[in-house]
Ligand binder design. Structure first.
Ligand code: FES
Length: 484
């Protein structure tokens, strides 16, 4: 059979086709979930993320110490093996979760861990932030998703290239060097906004400075040991990252707007789930990226009836993956068919998760009726449509100073995120911030200001008044008083 050769680059023919076929920046399937339950699952705590991060770093230091103590003996091999797996393997899921901004409640703590883990993985933070945003926008859409691990046709060389990450060393180093010199490749220019490219240059230079200092240390010491702690673990420990990461989408369907067909959930034991930060619940993560890693098992329990049954273990998942890749070697159009995905009525994308879509009603005295306040619980949002426009109506958790001013709890904003087409009523309302359901962009609900990438443009806020149990608005733009 003749292989169908597709262009997996981000600026090629398949990239243009993805727009023509309606696959780029499209709307995706999302199962229904009770609004209040989703709100509970979206809660972040610094304590949980701090505990897991300190345990990870403690193990890293512990195995690093054991490796040092056992230098010169064969015991150094397993000790460095464990150190590398924690550094270049478990570092990946910390990088991922903090990149979404969902691990810690405090935003700067996410950023600190994100930058540290980015270095461990030799990923320039700015490039990979935007790469991962695209991965979530157009998951496994050929020509759009930069994180497809197994392009088709599959081949032994390609599969080995994924599972032997040391093979990517020259390319990763060369790419970092080019970016440090301000020579950005097409993919970087395609993914990163122009005004962020200088960051990529300086990040690459910082990496080269640290790696160069490590190399100098090795030279002066006449030993490779410093590099075994800094730099090389990215490669000799990456097997664990690949072991986990390949399970996420390998062999599954390309060009489909439903994560149940292109992503995989696999049951794992608690040790693997700790190392992988629960990313084995990968279908759930893609559908609800505002839910932090520690709540994914509970999210799975809520929505599993709408998904294909999870693979029972990593062994069963890999059996299925390798069988599929083998068939794709001969027939690139073959997909793991997933006949077990439930046929949910109306499964094409609807705004169903809030359960609270309302249509703004009559206008009296210039005030538009937004519906009853009752039923909009604190910390949740409701979509409101009026004419051709759509809005998000939020109820914030009341603060002490709000006593006697109940309408100060309610906020009305533009419905659509300024980064994409996601509806903010489906996002997470965290204190007085709304986090976009698609890529975790954040907006201040006091000012409308965009607080977190990839959102950079503000949303407009509008007046809201509570009258006789109903909410009304003149749709006049306003900035709310107080601080977020
Ligand atoms: S659509 Fe991307 S942050 Fe909202």
């Amino acid at each position: 059979m003749n292989a169908v050769v597709r262009d997996y680059g981000l600026v090629g023919e398949d990239s243009r086709d993805a727009f023509d076929k309606g696959l780029a920046e499209a709307e995706w399937f999302r199962p229904p979930i009770d609004a209040q339950r989703l709100r509970e699952l979206q809660v972040r705590t610094n304590a949980r993320a701090a505990r897991d991060t300190l345990l990870w770093l403690g193990l890293l230091v512990g195995f690093g110490y054991l490796a040092y103590q056992s230098l010169g003996s064969w015991w150094a091999v397993p000790a460095f093996g464990a150190y590398g797996a924690l550094y270049g393997g478990a570092g990946d899921s910390r990088w991922h979760e903090c990149g979404h901004g969902t691990a810690f409640r405090t935003r700067w703590l996410n950023d600190v861990v994100y930058y540290v883990a980015s270095f461990m993985l030799l990923r320039q933070p700015t490039l990979w932030r935007w790469s991962h945003v695209r991965h979530h926008t157009d998951t496994i859409v050929v020509g759009r998703d930069p994180e497809i691990m197994f392009p088709r046709p599959s081949s032994l060389r390609r599969v080995l290239g994924v599972y032997l990450p040391v093979a990517i060393l020259p390319k990763a180093v060369w790419r970092t060097a080019r970016h440090a010199a301000g020579r950005f490749d097409d993919d970087a220019r395609e993914l990163i906004p122009e005004d962020e490219l200088p960051k990529l240059k300086w990040e690459s230079r910082a990496y080269i400075a640290v790696l160069g200092a490590t190399a100098a240390w090795c030279f002066v010491a006449g030993s490779v040991v410093p590099a075994l702690y800094i730099g090389l673990p990215t490669f000799y420990g990456a097997w664990l990252m690949v072991f986990f990461g390949a399970m996420q989408h390998a062999g599954l369907r390309e060009d489909v707007l439903d994560h149940r067909y292109n992503s995989r959930t696999v049951y794992m034991n608690p040790i693997l789930r700790f190392l992988y930060s629960n990313m084995n619940y990968h279908v759930e993560h893609h559908i609800f990226p505002t839910v932090p890693y520690h709540a994914l098992p509970d999210l799975h329990a809520e929505v599993k009836d709408y998904l294909a049954p999870a693979d029972r273990s990593t062994i069963s998942a890999y059996r299925r993956i390798f069988a599929t890749l083998r068939r794709q070697w001969r027939d690139p159009s073959y997909d793991d068919p997933r006949p077990d995905v439930p046929d949910v009525a109306g499964s094409q994308r609807e705004f169903v998760n809030t359960g609270h879509t309302a249509w703004a009603g009559d206008t009296h005295d210039g005030m538009i009726d937004l519906g009853p306040a009752e039923g909009l619980a604190p910390g949740t949002a409701r979509r409101v449509d009026h004419g051709e426009a759509t809005y998000a109506l939020y109820r914030l958790e009341p603060e002490d100073g709000d006593a006697g001013q109940p309408d100060s709890e309610f906020v009305l904003s533009d419905g659509l995120c300024t980064h994409g087409q996601a509806h903010l009523a489906e996002g997470a309302v965290l204190d007085c911030i709304v986090e976009c359901p698609k890529h975790n962009g954040c907006f201040d609900l006091q000012t409308g200001e965009a607080l977190r990438y990839p959102a950079t443009e503000p949303i407009t806020l509008y007046d809201v008044t509570l009258r006789n149990g109903r909410l009304t608005s003149t749709l006049s733009p306003r900035v709310r008083s107080g601080e977020c």
